[in-house]
Ligand binder design. Structure first.
Ligand SMILES: Cc1cc2nc3c(=O)[nH]c(=O)nc-3n(C[C@H](O)[C@H](O)[C@H](O)COP(=O)(O)OP(=O)(O)OC[C@H]3O[C@@H](n4cnc5c(N)ncnc54)[C@H](O)[C@@H]3O)c2cc1C
Length: 500
């Protein structure tokens, strides 16, 4: 039995803690915030409640595996609902597309909304994406990252390399398969699921829409935050001790290997194994000593583009919107302008700025647990945003910016058919700077590093660090961000640590 300290009680840290405790280790989780969940957060006031981070569960089988490994059933712990329709899209020319929640219904819906043949184009793309998924799921997503060995596993057959096409961008893949411009826009959007720019993200990200449509879009009744609480319960059931309000200031080493952690108040907690669930850039910059190993890790992180961040509005609304989908996406006229603004590219080269005419995502669950009465709605509104970077980019703390930009987002929504300005009881604005402060993610990056560039997946830190006894879990480590991948990172870490 090892003494394990898990730093951070986001879904990554909690999942690792539950798995390692179930394997018989003595686990202590140390979380700086007063609550667990990290980005999988929750906000409640006057009967209006909101998930402040994730609003969409994909690949529920990953969470199911976690519960099975810790002696429970996911479906007994949370009330999972498959969404159908999955998303209501509105394109800049006013075209509406209600995307079904079942794969077999997608082609007909695309033909109806976009014209005959659109369904066939999308299905051809998803066939290719399905092949990519079969090739990459086990050797990449479910296996520790091992540089050349990982590449060799992915390239076992020449046909596999052609299917993955590491030289091709997601945008390039869209141009190859999709003639309808709205289908290309739809595919581009999936780059943002890993915080990336479709013009630089690899084609293999087509596995994201494949996984979403093949395995479904899901909601947790009562709010996704309940998933964090359910995983917490699994960890505690196996004896893990979870302490909130404890900020880890240093990872302690002895003879080059991990020896425990020191809290910012000076308390030391000894450990044989430390699992870091905090942002990998923060771990290597702030918590580890400056030596050859951390310098190498920092260099690799510095070579990758950080993921985009998000600007969030929580809207407590009076009244109801007839026919509103659970998820709504309102696309702009010029999607490339959004990526240029967020990543400081093209016309904004070297100068990221808030997106003037952003894509707007609205999540408005029809769930009585989230509203004070039947004549109210709680909307979570998210737009892609450059990270908080007072030195060289956007300073989201500059006076007035957050409120001005919130007004702008509401104006954009109004222009696209969702004018709720006279229904707002109150609103809460959460900028990338808030995300950085609340969860310790550097600059408020949602997913650690982005997938921009063909090497990005290999620049993300591996789950076993170069420091013996130190492991990395969560969205900024392999295999990446988003709830399912974070769950897979915990599974890999548990496999690396092994049973007690
Ligand atoms: C606005 C938004 C929308 C999103 N939408 C989706 C979605 O719809 N679907 C999806 O799958 N994913 C989505 N994501 C991504 C998803 O939330 C993350 O990938 C995932 O929750 C990350 O979990 P994590 O455990 O890696 O990190 P975190 O949740 O960031 O956890 C890290 C934890 O470490 C703690 N910590 C940091 N430093 C210290 C320290 N020094 N000492 C102690 N504790 C520390 C933090 O307080 C935090 O609790 C979204 C994220 C955001 C922000």
């Amino acid at each position: 039995m090892a003494r394990v300290v898990v730093v951070g009680a986001g879904l990554g840290g909690l999942s690792a803690a539950a798995r390692l405790a179930a394997l018989g280790h003595a686990v202590t989780v140390l979380e700086q915030a007063p609550e667990v969940g990290g980005k999988l957060g929750w906000f409640s006031r006057d009967g209006h409640s909101f998930d402040t981070g994730p609003s969409l569960v994909t690949l529920p089988q990953v969470q199911r595996d976690l519960f099975a490994a810790t002696g429970a059933r996911l479906e007994d712990a949370v009330d999972l609902v498959r969404l159908d329709p999955a998303v209501g899209y509105r394109f800049a020319d006013g075209t509406a597309l209600s995307m079904p929640g079942r794969l077999d219904a997608v082609p007909a819906a695309l033909d109806d909304a976009l014209g005959a043949g659109a369904g066939r184009q999308w299905s051809a793309l998803l066939d290719r994406a399905a092949a990519m998924w079969r090739i990459s799921e086990q050797p990449f997503l479910r296996t520790p990252l091992e540089g050349a060995a990982t590449l060799a596993r992915l390239a076992r057959r020449p046909g596999d390399v052609r299917a993955i096409a590491p030289w091709q961008s997601l945008r390039g893949l869209g141009e190859q398969y999709l003639r309808h411009p709205h289908l290309r826009t739809l595919l581009d959007r999936y780059a943002t699921y890993s915080g990336s720019d479709p013009r630089r993200a690899p084609a293999v990200l087509a596995t994201v829409p494949y996984a979403e449509q093949a395995f479904g879009s899901w909601y947790v009744r009562g709010g996704l935050h309940r998933l964090a609480l359910a995983v917490l319960e699994r960890a505690v059931a196996h004896g893990a001790v979870v302490r909130t309000g404890c900020t880890v200031g240093r990872v302690l080493l002895d003879g080059g290997r991990v020896a425990g952690v020191e809290l910012t108040d000076g308390e030391r907690v000894a450990a044989d194994v430390v699992v870091s669930g905090v942002d990998a850039a923060a771990l290597h910059t702030d918590l580890l000593p400056d030596d050859r190993r951390t310098r190498t890790a920092r260099r690799d992180l510095g070579r990758a583009t950080p993921s985009l961040s998000g600007f969030v509005l929580l809207l407590a609304l009076r009244g109801r919107t007839p026919g509103l989908a659970h998820h709504t996406v309102l696309f702009p006229d010029d999607y490339d302008a959004e990526f240029d603004a967020v990543f400081g590219a093209g016309r904004h080269a070297g100068r990221p700025v808030p997106v003037a005419d952003p894509t707007v995502y609205v999540s408005a669950p029809d769930d009585p647990a989230l509203v004070p009465d039947g004549d109210s709605e709680s909307w979570f509104v998210l737009v892609n945003a450059p990270r908080h970077d007072p030195g060289g980019g956007v300073d989201w703390n500059s006076p007035g910016l957050a409120e001005r930009y919130a007004d702008r987002v509401l104006e954009v929504m109004a222009g696209r058919g969702h004018d709720v300005r006279d229904r707002v009881r109150w609103r809460v604005v959460r900028t990338p700077a808030d995300l950085a402060r609340d969860t310790g993610s550097v600059g408020g990056s949602i997913y650690g590093t982005s997938s921009n560039g063909s090497r990005a997946a290999f620049l993300r830190p591996a789950n076993a660090s170069k420091v013996p006894g130190l492991f990395l879990v969560g969205g900024s480590a392999h295999p990446g961000g988003g709830l399912p991948l974070v769950g897979l990172s915990a599974q890999i870490v548990a496999g690396l640590v092994g049973p007690a």
